[in-house]
Design a protein around this ligand. Structure first.
Ligand SMILES: [Zn+2]
Length: 208
């Protein structure tokens, strides 16, 4: 599994769209500069998505290079965010990792890894999503509370993604979990980086 250590910019729901927007000069660095093509990162296989060779891009202003990760993926995970998100929702509803793993045909250890990673991140994911939610939908009602922080985090992701989809019509082709991936810059299950990167760019790649 290739680890993507470089800063990640989340864009588009597929590689063709990422390439098109990059070449058209539509993608901005978190610093505000324009990104230009800069080769590719190493190839990786993402189950449910396919073989990916993510684009690298370089900012003309700050000179940083970024890996452009499609919103169908999460940083350092070999499964599509759709699959991982569905597993997280099942866990929030009380299912154990073995039954979830059986349902998806994935190793129990892989699923346990996802669940533990969100459990570690749950409070941060919840608070980041709740803060975003206030900005996206200031008049929205309260989000239902659950017995566990894990379930609260999953609820907050869903509420936030739904609000983002309502607010930004460009998200038509992006699913709620893909929106969640974009909102957390691919770091839903990765320690560090969510809060730091969350406000630095248009999180959903909407046109400026
Ligand atoms: Zn920059």
């Amino acid at each position: 599994m290739v680890l993507m250590e470089a800063p990640v910019v989340m864009v588009g729901s597929d590689a063709v769209e990422v390439d098109r927007r990059l070449i058209a000069g539509e993608l901005a660095c978190p610093c505000g500069g324009r990104l230009a093509p800069w080769g590719h990162a190493r190839e990786r296989v993402v189950r449910g998505v396919g073989v990916l060779r993510p684009r690298r891009a370089r900012c003309g202003a700050c000179r940083l290079t970024h890996v452009l990760l499609a919103v169908s993926c999460l940083l350092r995970r070999a499964d599509a965010v759709e699959v991982i998100g569905a597993a997280l929702r099942m866990k929030a509803a009380g299912k154990g990792h073995r039954r979830i793993a059986e349902g998806f045909g994935r190793p129990a250890s892989t699923v346990r890894g996802w669940l533990r990673a969100l459990a570690r991140n749950a409070e941060r994911v919840r608070s980041v999503c709740m803060a975003l939610l206030v900005g996206l939908d200031p008049l929205g009602g309260p989000v239902p509370a659950h017995p566990t922080v894990f379930a609260d985090a999953v609820e907050a992701v869903g509420a936030c993604a739904a609000a983002a989809r309502r607010r930004l019509g460009v998200l038509g082709a992006v699913s709620p979990w893909q929106a969640a991936s974009a909102l957390t810059h691919g770091r839903l299950l990765t320690t560090g980086g969510i809060t730091e990167s969350i406000n630095t760019s248009s999180p959903l790649g909407a046109p400026a």
